[in-house]
Design a protein around this ligand. Structure first.
Ligand code: BT5
Length: 240
């Protein structure tokens, strides 16, 4: 594993994509600051200051895209949840991969596949974790958010946290790739906060309502919509 530390960049995912051909498999990019952090669907990831983590894993596992790569974000959400637990907090996973504490978002994950024409060049798997933030700063985010220093009531050593996250991620990475979602299913479900609840899901602007019944073997959401079972592969859970 190589680590590249940047003082500032627009987005660690964008940096990784732009420099992908020069980066080895399993390179980790960490930025002290992000000026244009990205979320999904053109949303933004806000830089809450120095003590927070902005990290991208550069992954080049094969020459073709395999379906298991789609659940790497869920794998990372489980790795992060296990690490957060060592700080004495109780993380919850909101499908597919947001990590929350006390129903407030502490982390977001964004995976992007990089294609050149039809050739798969690799994945950039980005994660933002709020580690040290002032409570007042969350007003700049329109949804409930939190940071580990607030939830664990202690200063968080960012380097130590980063090293542990990378170590835990790569420890089971190859096993996850060979076994798929089944490998993390139990741990994922232990943290899931959405099962057997009535949910509204925003699927690219279309809202679907139903009860979350289970996950498929690939980590997709099984939603019961008035007796009709739907498999949801992408979308955002909206809370009422
Ligand atoms: C995500 O998108 O949650 C994925 C965020 C991934 C960020 C990392 S940082 C390193 C790497 N480089 C990047 O440029 N990105 C990745 P999404 O599910 O679309 O959620 C975005 C929403 O989360 C925003 O619209 C806000 O509501 C909320 N949000 C933004 N910044 C936040 C923060 N710092 N803490 C908690 N919530 C935040």
């Amino acid at each position: 594993m190589n680590i590249i530390l940047l003082e500032q960049t627009d987005s660690t995912n964008a940096y990784a994509k732009e420099n992908l051909s020069m980066l080895y498999d399993k390179t980790v990019i960490v930025a002290q600051h992000q000026t244009a952090g990205r979320g999904r669907l053109s949303r933004k990831w806000i830089d809450l200051g120095d003590g927070n983590l902005f990290l991208t894993f550069v992954l080049k596992p094969s020459d073709e895209f395999l379906p298991v790569y789609a659940s790497l974000t869920q794998y990372l959400s489980v790795v992060l949840s296990k690490l957060l637990e060592t700080y004495g907090v109780e993380p919850q996973i909101k499908w597919p991969n947001d990590v929350l504490i006390n129903s407030k978002k502490i982390s977001g994950i964004l995976s992007e596949a990089v294609m050149r024409g039809k050739t798969f060049n690799g994945l950039v798997l980005g994660i933002g974790v709020n580690l040290n933030s002032d409570a007042e700063i969350f007003a700049s985010i329109e949804k409930p958010a939190t940071a580990l220093n607030i939830e664990a009531n202690m200063f968080i050593d960012k380097d130590e946290f980063t090293n542990k996250l990378c170590k835990m991620f790569f420890e089971d990475y190859e096993t996850f790739l060979s076994k798929g979602f089944a490998f993390i299913r139990e741990d994922y479900l232990k943290h899931a906060n959405f099962l057997n609840k009535k949910l509204a899901i925003d699927i690219c602007g279309k809202i679907i309502e139903g009860t979350a019944k289970d996950l498929t073997q690939n980590g997709e959401l099984l939603l019961n919509c008035g007796g009709d079972e739907k498999v949801i592969t992408i979308g955002d859970i909206l809370w009422n």
